[in-house]
Write a protein that binds this ligand. Structure first.
Ligand SMILES: [Zn+2]
Length: 326
């Protein structure tokens, strides 16, 4: 039996259920926006975060397509998103409006408890990369403030959270995502770049709450390997990537734009991305990140969202193709 086939049986819908938290769903107390360059398009874009009703969850509206709310749910994740997480209205495989590079904003909203939010995107279809971390999103959310969300009849709704009951994992080659029962959210992440000595093998493990997120995870910037980035740029990709919004590491020369904010900043950034991707488990304004100990090694956006799809029992044909990619 192949590794992929074994993995199919390892993540099952029975592994989790929704649990009451005793806390109300929240939303922003005021609107707030941030502007900047999009990683892929290089275009100057603006994302405006607006309060939303309880039960609406987090969703995106692209300028000129007010008719299409792109819900931040795993069923809308694009299967081929290797460099970033893309959401598409009507499902990942369709031709509806899309929003790209959503993961850092979603990560901050999930960690800080912005359960319901309308995000209006103008100047393109991409969320601005800002400094490559989630720090500016955390500051934006803190400046707007949070409040209990109400539904259209003025009622508050209790927030539910997904809870893992039994170990579950998804593996592809030496990359994996695993979830273990735990009374608190705990995340452990490993990366290994044997050909890039300045990064090498790193592990980072932490409990998660809003304070830990804001101080230890949100400031960690995205990173790239200089030689790979040059190839992508030659292929017309990452037009907005620069030393202003990513840490750049050369195979032979090490970090090209020091200093790092943490010695293990790349590994911490992978946790930032994981939280953003796992926020897509949220539905109807409930929590996305499961109460569990999540352990991931050399995973990426595709493996993260594929794991969630299996947990929900929603495997699409496109996602099956991802078995060849981490
Ligand atoms: Zn990232």
């Amino acid at each position: 039996m192949s590794a992929a086939a074994r993995a199919l049986k390892s993540v099952s819908r029975a592994a989790f259920s929704w649990k009451q938290t005793g806390r109300p769903q929240q939303t922003l107390a005021a609107a707030v926006s941030r502007s900047g360059v999009g990683l892929h398009s290089g275009a100057h874009a603006t994302a405006t975060l607006l309060p939303a009703h309880a039960g609406e969850g987090r969703y995106f509206v692209v300028e000129g397509r007010d008719d299409a709310r792109v819900a931040a749910e795993v069923g809308n994740a694009e299967a081929q998103s290797l460099l970033c997480t893309t959401l598409r209205w009507g499902g990942g495989g369709g031709g509806g409006p899309r929003v790209r590079t959503v993961e850092h904003l979603l990560s901050a909203m999930e960690a800080l408890g912005v359960d319901n939010c309308r995000v209006e995107v103008s100047g393109g279809d991409e969320i601005p990369l800002l400094d490559g971390s989630a720090q500016e999103w955390v500051e934006a959310i803190q400046s707007a403030g949070l409040c209990a969300a109400e539904d259209s009849s003025g009622q508050k709704l209790e927030k539910l959270s997904p809870e893992i009951h039994e170990p579950a994992y998804l593996q592809r080659d030496d990359c994996f995502v695993a979830a273990f029962p735990s009374s608190q959210i705990h995340i452990t992440y490993g990366i290994d770049f044997p050909k890039v000595p300045a990064i090498g093998c790193q592990w980072f493990s932490t409990f998660l709450d809003a304070n830990i997120y804001s101080s230890k995870i949100a400031p960690a910037r995205t990173f790239c390997i200089f030689e790979e980035a040059e190839k992508m740029r030659g292929a017309g990709l990452i037009k907005g990537g620069s030393v202003e919004n990513a840490m750049v590491c050369s195979i032979s020369d090490g970090w090209l734009n020091p200093p790092l904010r943490f010695k293990d900043e790349p590994c911490r950034h992978k946790i930032l991305d994981l939280i953003g991707d796992f926020s897509l488990l949220a539905q109807n304004g409930n929590q996305g990140f499961p109460i569990a100990h999540i352990v991931a090694y050399k995973a990426g956006h595709a493996l993260h969202t594929n794991f969630l799809s299996r947990l929900l029992g929603k495997i699409t044909v496109d996602q099956e193709k991802l078995d060849g990619k981490c």
